[in-house]
Ligand binder design. Structure first.
Ligand SMILES: Cc1cc2nc3c(=O)[nH]c(=O)nc-3n(C[C@H](O)[C@H](O)[C@H](O)COP(=O)(O)O)c2cc1C
Length: 297
């Protein structure tokens, strides 16, 4: 058993990245059933009860371990941690803010803390705060990122060299080639986001999935929201933002996320995805995705 599977309790060191409201219980459970580690998300969760319902719905679908992402900026983050402990979750990822105050609580609750970082200095701080493992998230990843980033190819070995915790690579991985490459860079596990959006079990709207499968490797751009940047598909909305630099109101809110990610109104909001969209051209089952990763690696 590797250090990462020991922390996760899963068969393989493969984490399904948190992806807001499209980490539906069916997706999370399918990842765990296939031997990976599914994650529920909390970034857009504004109330504890629906989150608890999602945890329980996932438990109905699998007996295998799964986790959640705790989004530090979310004002309910400590309530979510309590719920996860009560429901028997043993490992979480922590992102979008300093984990310093959260890690002692998680450890008190007997939950392992895997901290997502974009740089070596942030990885050192996470280690000093008591992180159990690190996710090195390269700048080619889909979703939110800060203003300092490095690609997975550079970030993973830099963090592996700098700290002695297990490192999990995220960003740009969609198949066994990426899995092998991450291991060659010194990672002991992978976190995969965009590939799982284009899976049968993900609740993302077919238009979102099709945009990913149609996209080339240059099909994403970084949209500057002021407080952070989001790597998103170059939809006509994103092309316009990148051209004139103006962000229309409400393109990255719980409402726009619901409208564009789930209902498929692509003009309603940003559709986050990684550069790896350029390598994805089909919509298989989660099990097929994980089997190929493991077989080929
Ligand atoms: C739609 C979407 C939403 C995301 N939301 C979150 C989130 O809430 N919390 C988080 O830690 N990471 C989030 N991420 C990042 C993923 O968990 C993962 O690290 C990333 O997708 C890996 O890069 P890849 O897309 O190249 O596989 C999101 C990514 C996407 C595509």
């Amino acid at each position: 058993m590797s250090k990462v599977t020991a922390i996760l309790g899963s068969k393989y060191p493969i984490i399904q990245g948190a992806m807001g409201v499209i980490c539906n219980p069916e997706l999370v459970a399918a990842v765990s059933e296939a031997g990976g580690f599914g994650l529920l998300a909390t970034a857009f969760s504004m109330e504890p009860d629906p989150f608890r319902n999602n945890v329980r719905a996932t438990k109905q679908l699998t007996n295998k371990p799964f986790g959640a992402n705790l989004f530090v900026m979310n004002p309910h983050v400590t309530e979510f941690a309590q719920i996860l402990a009560e429901e028997g979750v043993r490992a979480v990822t922590v992102s979008a803010g300093s984990p310093k105050n959260l890690i002692p609580l998680l450890h008190e609750l007997d939950i392992k803390a895997i901290v997502v970082v974009p740089a070596v200095d942030v990885a050192r701080k996470a280690r000093d705060a008591g992180a159990d493992a690190i996710i090195a998230e390269g700048s080619e990843s889909g979703g939110m990122q800060g203003f300092r980033g490095a690609s997975t190819m550079v970030l993973v070995p830099a963090i592996v060299d700098a700290i002695s915790l297990p490192v999990i690579a995220a960003g740009g991985i969609c198949d066994s080639r990426g899995y092998r490459a991450a291991m060659a860079l010194g990672a002991q596990g992978i976190q995969v986001g965009t590939r799982f959006i284009a899976s049968r079990e993900c609740t993302a709207h077919p238009h979102y999935k099709q945009y990913i499968t149609d996209s080339g490797e240059t099909g994403t751009g970084l949209v500057n929201l002021g407080r952070a940047r989001v790597r998103a598909l170059r939809t006509p909305l994103v092309e316009k933002i990148l051209e004139d630099g103006k962000i229309p109101d409400g393109v990255f809110t719980p409402t726009s996320v619901e409208e564009s990610w789930i209902k498929g109104r692509l003009e309603a909001g940003l559709l986050p995805a990684g550069q790896v969209a350029g390598l994805i051209s089909d919509i298989p089952t989660v099990q097929e995705i994980i089997e190929e990763m493991v077989r080929g690696a």
